[in-house]
Design a protein around this ligand. Structure first.
Ligand SMILES: Cc1ncc(COP(=O)(O)O)c(C=O)c1O
Length: 352
């Protein structure tokens, strides 16, 4: 519990340490980079040197020399721009049953593309490649939407990671079926850090990737790595249409430069993952049930109503489905061991 001064009155406000990695502040190196970029007049709408350098840094990080890089202010926008530029209205976007693009973007991909988003069954966001065979079997007749792109999330919305082999197999199979693949990498840093692999191995042969910045320690901004530009014809126009071509793009670019410099993006992710591991181990020591394996920076645990009420008194936490007992705890680059232990203390009376 944190005591804040609200309008001159002391008020008890639950800590937001586990509400979301969006609740975390920006890393000081990011703020320093913004301040350094705040110098003189430069070309607008991404025609500035910082944008050029940041785009190169993203391409180098993901070993994608022929890619194009765009920047957006939010992860939702990056996903919508990527998906909407891949399809025509009679085509179809496939995703997991828990995909952010499906359940948390207010129908943005559908509105912007005119194409339906179809959910595939998954194991906490990990999809069996064989599921794609069933979907593409409906191709052909004029009566059906035509599957064109599948989006997967690394790390997934339920905190799982695609191993390098699993993501390679999935994407290769999707390509065999003439499907494009988008990776929602809003938490790609957490996956790379958790698996201790190279960034390219975390996305395999994906055609287009949302590269998360905000959750990783930036003030705001996510990138879109377009590795097969010909398949996303018009993407720059989609970005402009929905208002995500920032006129002062140097300030988003400067943040990416700072995060990708000297591995900062992996240090912030590693810390967040380590806190999640500690929390997860603590839950298990209390005999609580995880609803998804903890593999990155998110922990999902079943809490009975009294336990949920007890933890909510100290920490704002999210219940993805109000009808289910699973509660989500997200760790960020600023989560502390004391905060983790604070949660475990509140839940100690509910030990089984
Ligand atoms: C997996 C995933 N993708 C995309 C987003 C979208 O990010 P934003 O909130 O910046 O639009 C989120 C945000 O929570 C997310 O969890």
């Amino acid at each position: 519990m944190v005591v804040w001064l609200v309008g001159g009155i002391m008020a008890d406000v639950p800590s937001h340490a586990f509400a979301s990695d969006n609740a975390a502040p920006a890393h000081p190196a990011v703020i320093d980079a913004i301040v350094a970029a705040n110098n003189g007049s430069v070309a607008s709408y991404g025609n500035d040197p910082a944008t050029q350098r940041a785009a190169e840094a993203v391409k180098t990080t993901f070993d994608s020399p022929d890619a194009e890089v765009l920047f957006a202010l939010t992860g939702t926008a990056a996903n919508v721009i990527a998906l909407a530029s891949a399809v025509r209205p009679w085509q179809e976007i496939l995703c997991s049953d828990i995909a952010h693009s499906l359940v948390d973007e207010a129908g943005g991909p559908v509105r912007l593309s005119g194409a339906p988003v179809t959910k595939l069954r998954s194991d906490n966001g990990l999809i069996d490649p064989a599921v794609l065979d069933i979907e593409v079997a409906r191709r052909g007749p004029v009566h059906h939407s035509q599957p064109r792109i599948v989006t997967i999330t690394q790390s997934t919305e339920n905190g799982r990671v695609w191993t390098p082999q699993a993501i390679k197999d999935f994407i290769d199979h999707a390509h065999d079926l003439d499907l494009l693949v988008h990776v929602d990498g809003s938490r790609i840093g957490n996956a790379v850090a958790a698996l201790d692999i190279s960034a390219p191995d975390a996305i395999a042969d994906a055609d287009i990737v949302t590269v998360g910045g905000t959750k990783n320690g930036m003030l705001m901004g996510d990138a879109i790595l377009v590795r097969r530009p010909k398949s996303f014809d018009g993407i720059h126009f989609v970005q402009k249409q929905i208002g995500h071509l920032a006129s002062k793009q140097r300030f988003i670019a400067a943040q990416f430069e700072a995060m990708l410099h000297d591995g900062l993006w992996l240090r912030t992710a590693t810390h967040a993952n380590r806190m999640a591991t500690r929390l997860s181990a603590g839950f298990q020591a209390l005999g609580l049930t995880l609803t998804s394996p903890t593999e990155a920076n998110e922990v999902f645990v079943d809490l009975e109503p009294a336990a949920y009420a007890a933890v909510s008194a100290g920490y704002a936490v999210h219940r993805p489905d109000p009808l289910l007992p699973a509660v989500r705890f997200v760790c960020s680059w600023v989560t502390t061991e004391d905060e983790v232990d604070g949660v475990l203390e509140l839940l100690a009376p509910f030990s089984t």
